[in-house]
Design a protein around this ligand. Structure first.
Ligand SMILES: Nc1nc2c([nH]c(=O)n2[C@H]2C[C@H](O)[C@@H](COP(=O)(O)OP(=O)(O)OP(=O)(O)O)O2)c(=O)[nH]1
Length: 147
């Protein structure tokens, strides 16, 4: 029998929910097979936990931040993103509320990427489709827009 898919939740953390120009990407440090690849901060939903509680818990554990959650970035599969053969992921836009993000757990580097920089890092395979969808959501870099 086919195993049920594991639910993962993640945040597309942007500089400003109303006028996003940058996305916070995180580089995985573990497991070895995924280390060095970039992803959206988040993780697996625990049994009995609702998806948004899981998202807030993961962002606290991984980055030491609290966020304001915005709209969901709906995936092609009934709203979810099929990221691996075993996992499906829901993604929400979010904006930092408290704390300066640090790679506390599972990551060794964080980077704010403009739309023009989105493809500069090696994303996890399953995230490439999500990054493609995000291109249209990030406006031009604020430093360019000024004036
Ligand atoms: N968090 C996250 N996981 C992703 C993304 N893209 C992607 O394919 N995955 C995969 C990697 C993992 O196989 C799985 C999520 O696992 P995880 O290791 O982040 O979850 P977790 O923090 O709850 O980890 P653990 O308790 O099992 O150590 O989903 C992404 O953008 N963010």
């Amino acid at each position: 029998m086919q195993e049920p898919l594991i639910n993962v939740v993640a945040a597309a953390i942007v500089d400003d929910l109303n006028q996003p120009t940058r996305l916070l990407a995180a580089r995985r440090s573990a497991p070895a097979a995924l280390a060095g690849r970039w992803e959206f901060p988040g993780g697996k939903v625990e049994p009995g936990e609702d998806h948004l509680s899981a998202l807030h818990r993961e962002l606290d554990e991984e980055l030491g931040v609290t966020v304001a959650v915005g709209a969901e970035l709906p995936g092609p599969d009934g709203g979810v993103w099929p990221i691996t053969s075993k996992h499906r992921m829901r993604v929400w836009f979010a904006q930092l509320q408290d704390g300066a993000p640090e790679p506390l757990e599972d990551h060794d580097e964080l980077r704010w990427l403009t739309a023009a920089e989105l493809d500069d890092v090696p994303w996890l395979d399953g995230d490439v489709q999500i990054v493609t969808a995000l291109h249209g959501h990030l406006g031009p870099d604020g430093s360019v827009r000024a004036g």
